[in-house]
Design a protein around this ligand. Structure first.
Ligand code: HEC
Length: 217
């Protein structure tokens, strides 16, 4: 149980741990480049996938996103119906991360949800994800296409991304102050003191599914 809580709790993330190796510190610093620094940097870029790669990974990416959406969304709707936002919150808080982690392991990919405004800091984007989130944001603003993408990053990962938009049910926990129930707000304050994922409106770009097929190649 303790482990489950730690996995959900952003305050349990490592900070200035004196036992970290130099490599770990460097990795952490890289992760902590600001969004603007990453967007301006030429260090992280993508190249198109080959036809052969597309044949394998496009369909697989779609299947994994469908399955993940079904697993998270289906249960969420059921919990909302049965127990209201507060019960559904407990479900999301404990299970969302476990569910993506287990699908990730089973599919031998790195599968996650990420966003510019995360609730759980463990879902913060890596540099390549940052570039794609910015791309989707720009497309959204321009009314452009929000289809999934399959690309290869210069770190060697074949990546599948699929945008996530805000639907009516999401507003219970990601909407404006007036849309979120009091007991949900209290739970947010306890479990996610650094929550950034509120204030969304219907149809907003919330974030994306991100799959890295690095392990499969
Ligand atoms: C009952 C409350 C609740 C509802 C309804 C809800 N969420 Fe969330 N959402 C959460 C919680 C809690 C987390 C943090 C889970 C964790 O610790 O990984 C979260 C995390 C996320 C994340 C991962 C990125 C992040 O911010 O950490 C995305 C993306 C997301 N929600 C999208 C949605 C969408 C889209 C909907 C509607 C289809 C939705 N949520 C409905 C409570 C909810």
């Amino acid at each position: 149980m303790v482990l489950i809580l730690l996995a959900c709790n952003p305050t349990a993330k490592e900070t200035d741990d004196p036992t970290m190796s130099e490599e770990q510190v460097q990795k952490k610093e890289k992760k902590e480049l600001t969004r603007d620094q990453i967007l301006a940097s030429e260090e992280f870029y993508f190249v198109p996938v080959t036809e052969e790669e597309k044949e394998i990974f496009w369909e697989l990416g779609g299947l994994l996103v469908d399955e993940s959406t079904k697993r998270i969304g289906g249960k969420l709707m059921k919990m909302l119906e049965m127990q209201g936002p507060s019960g559904a919150f407990d479900y999301c808080h404990v299970n969302a991360q476990l569910m993506t982690d287990s699908l990730s392991k089973a599919s031998r990919t790195l599968l996650r949800r990420t966003s510019f405004k995360t609730r759980n800091g463990d879902n913060d984007p890596d540099p390549w994800e940052t570039k794609i989130l910015a791309e989707y944001e720009a497309r959204m603003a321009a009314g452009g296409d929000m289809d999934p993408m399959l690309v290869k990053d210069n770190g060697g990962g074949i990546r599948y991304f699929s945008p996530i938009l805000i639907m009516p049910v999401c507003l219970n926990c990601h909407g404006t102050d007036a849309e979120i129930a009091e007991d949900t707000k209290q739970k947010l304050a306890i479990h996610y003191p650094e929550d950034q994922a509120t204030g969304y409106a219907l149809g907003d770009f919330r974030g994306m599914w991100s799959i890295n097929f690095a392990f499969q190649q």
